[in-house]
Design a protein around this ligand. Structure first.
Ligand code: BYC
Length: 311
């Protein structure tokens, strides 16, 4: 009876768009679902630094290098906000990292593809950050307070990321025939994996029903994907590029019909068989191990300060 009453009060708060805060009562399934999604989101931000980090030393100008460096640092910061938000649900940062290293926690499948040319820096900013924004603008209204507040700050930074990527693509698309071909090739390789960022079709999405009921997700995977498609196809046309899909059709309602995603590829990458899954995790483990002394030094400093404060 007690739990039933709490459950009804909880759902009434969700329906009234009142944020759930860390110390509020929440159903265990709501807590677990949030832990899963926010930590997956945090891991995506941090693993997502790798494909771009690959081009830092080869940026074509000092300006380009500074912008890319700032962008990658932002992604690390996003990971930090999100780990902090997830920690408020009672799981430690160490535990999240352990789950990532054991392959128990996921991160966005798109980061398991290689960044082969400088144009990929444009495609990642324009398409991957562009897809992330569409999802994250919606998540700003998510029901869990700390997640929602992290999203508001992240969205401001992602808008700059999307624009810096589009600027690189526009620059290359207006350059020599070789540069234009490089931009088109990057679009060809990142288009489908960006559409996969929104997750499986609604009918195959295991978590959507609960997440929508509890206001964790405000819009469905397919609705968000369609919003991204409708924004991005005209942006490609504006700079003389074409998305790699011969079946694109503009419908009378202004929306675009496209071919379906290769779902076999999507599930394969998620299961760990994408081109770079092994490399990404290996690199993360190495960086984590090499950073152990920094964490130990920071903890020792915090302990010293705490002792000093007590006197
Ligand atoms: N990749 O029931 P579903 C960035 C999994 S970083 C991998 O629909 P849900 C950036 C899903 O986890 C920001 N796995 O799940 C950084 C579930 O498996 P589990 C990236 C995926 O959670 C650096 C299963 O499939 N954004 O922008 O309701 C440089 C069934 O799916 C994917 C985020 O991380 C996928 N694409 O909805 C540049 C967004 N899709 O957990 C840029 C945060 C599905 O049961 N996440 N799965 O083992 C979300 O919004 C939601 O989790 C999703 C999926 C919409 C992705």
């Amino acid at each position: 009876m007690e739990d039933q009453k709490k459950m009804e009060e909880f759902q009434a708060k969700i329906d009234a768009r009142i944020k759930i805060e860390p110390k509020d009562w929440m159903p265990e399934k709501y807590r677990q679902n949030l832990i899963r999604q926010i930590s997956q989101h945090a891991h995506s931000e941090v693993i997502g630094m790798q494909p771009e980090g690959n081009w830092l030393t080869r940026a074509p100008s000092l300006r380009a290098k500074k912008i890319l460096m700032a962008k990658i640092q932002d992604e690390g910061g996003h990971g930090l906000y999100l780990y902090c938000a997830a920690e408020t649900l009672g799981v430690s940062r160490d535990q999240f990292i352990q789950w990532l290293h054991e392959g128990k926690a996921k991160y966005a499948s798109v980061f398991n593809y290689p960044s082969l040319t400088w144009a990929d820096m444009g495609a990642i900013g324009w398409l991957v950050d562009g897809a992330a924004i569409v999802n994250q603008v919606s998540l700003q209204r998510t029901s869990y307070g700390p997640y929602s507040r992290a999203m508001i700050r992240i969205c401001k930074e992602e808008s700059f990321h999307q624009r810096q990527g589009y600027e690189i693509m526009a620059h290359l698309a207006n350059g020599t025939p070789e540069q234009r071909a490089m931009a088109q090739d990057a679009l060809n390789r990142w288009w489908w994996s960006s559409l996969m960022m929104f997750g499986p079709h609604d009918s195959d999405s295991a978590h959507s029903k609960d997440s929508m009921k509890w206001g964790i997700k405000l819009e469905t995977n397919d609705d968000l994907r369609q919003q991204f498609i409708d924004k991005t196809i005209p942006q490609a046309e504006l700079i003389g590029l074409k998305v790699p899909d011969d079946n694109v059709e503009l419908l009378p309602n202004g929306s675009y019909k496209t071919s379906d995603i290769d779902w076999e590829e999507f599930w394969n990458v998620i299961k760990g068989y994408g081109p770079c899954n092994t490399k990404r995790l290996k690199h993360h483990k190495k960086a984590h191990d090499e950073g152990a002394w920094v964490r130990e030094a920071a903890a020792a400093y915090a302990e010293k300060k705490a002792v000093e404060a007590v006197g």
